[in-house]
Design a binder for this molecule. Structure first.
Ligand code: FES
Ligand SMILES: [Fe+2]
Length: 362
């Protein structure tokens, strides 16, 4: 495990951006105690169905607002009122903005100093996504969304919960520039490869023969900010969107999720399509698992011994550093890295007739 500072990221320990913090279906089951970005957090749905995330600890005496299963107010199902939640210890009520708006045994105004931080949250593609900014700034880009999620010809993912890896997310992000691992690790060497950077979006386009399905694989993969990867993958007559999400838990520990959105054979999809979708997600997880296995066993690459014909790791790391920088420095970094970046010895997507990008939000 190595820290943001050791990778030369900073000044912040944790990146700003949209991150997955839970699967929507988990939150349907009741309030959750979660931990990300080195802090404990309270996640719940208001009666309206709205997902809400607050810092975990009540201003009164420090009780975790969503960690109790035994308090009577919780057992009685009386903790949530509208979009507000009552602390299980003395019943102080927090609204969705993190302010106390009722104390059961006190008349008059509630102390403003009891307020806790509320985070912007969206309920998006079956995922609860939260915006984190170390200084509490509002989002400066939208959480990613695929229109295919709402299309009845597409079978939606149920997430694979991959747990917490003992590596810094920098190592995961390095994959985007890593042209030369696709053959040895995934059995799908690139014949063409290119990266493109546009502010918070980092794209990889590549293709080549894939050993697993004995076919030719075309992929366009993009991060929207530091935590959420989507990848369009096309082979034979199959089209899939893959999701790989990473959220920092501590500085140097990272939680991951995975899923696949599969285009069925008919509209609406058939039972057979649903079976195929499960198989595709399992196959994609197996392929991604090859990276996971490397990450779980490697030492941190605080610096990379760059060959001229490696992918553009340095540019990718620079792009990632914007999320740890002050907003002013982030603007400078964007100006420096925006544009297309080729890998020496690789054809470009245009030379290879890569034409799978139509309709993508990039
Ligand atoms: S500790 Fe939360 S109401 Fe007392
Ligand atoms: Fe990989």
């Amino acid at each position: 495990m190595a820290t943001a500072e050791e990778y030369g990221l900073g000044p912040n320990e944790f990146p700003r951006g949209w991150f997955i913090v839970a699967e929507s279906s988990q939150l349907d089951a009741g309030p959750m105690a979660v931990r990300f970005w080195g802090r404990d957090l309270a996640l719940y749905r208001g009666e309206s169905g709205k997902a809400i995330m607050l810092d975990a600890y009540c201003g009164h005496m420090g009780t975790h607002i969503t960690a109790s299963t035994s308090a009577m107010i919780v057992k009685n199902g009386e903790q949530i009122e509208g979009n507000s939640i009552r602390c299980p210890y003395h019943g102080w009520r927090y609204n969705e903005f993190g302010d106390v708006d009722d104390i059961p045994y006190h008349d008059g105004p509630c102390p403003k100093s009891a307020s806790i931080r509320a985070y912007p949250v969206v309920d998006n593609m079956g995922c609860i996504m939260a915006w984190f900014d170390p200084d509490g700034r509002e989002p400066d880009y939208d959480a990613p969304f695929l229109k295919e999620w709402d299309d009845p010809q597409w079978i939606n993912w149920k997430l694979d919960h991959l747990g917490v890896l003992d590596i810094h997310s920098q190592e995961i992000l390095d994959n985007m520039a890593d042209c030369r691992h696709l053959g040895p690790t995934h059995g799908a060497p690139s014949e063409y490869f290119e990266n493109e950077i546009n502010n918070e979006v980092y794209v990889q386009r590549q293709g080549g023969p894939m050993q697993l399905y004995e076919t030719y694989l075309y992929t366009t993969t993009w991060y929207t900010g530091p935590g959420i990867l989507l990848s369009k993958q096309v082979w034979s007559d199959t089209v899939v969107f893959e999701l790989i999400a990473n959220t920092p838990v501590e500085d140097g520990k990272t939680q991951c999720w995975h899923g696949c959105l599969y285009k069925g054979s008919a509209n609406p999809t058939t039972a057979e399509d649903a079976e195929v979708a499960l198989g595709i997600q399992a196959g994609a997880l197996e392929a991604f698992g090859a990276d996971f296995n490397v990450w779980a066993n490697k030492r941190p690459a605080l610096t990379i011994m760059q060959m001229k014909t490696d992918g553009p790791f340095r540019t990718g790391r620079k792009w990632y550093s914007q999320f740890f920088a002050t907003p002013e420095d982030a603007a400078t970094i964007r100006a420096e890295v925006n544009g297309t970046h080729s890998t020496v010895g690789m054809a470009s997507p245009r030379q290879a007739n890569h034409n799978i990008d139509e309709g993508l939000p990039i």
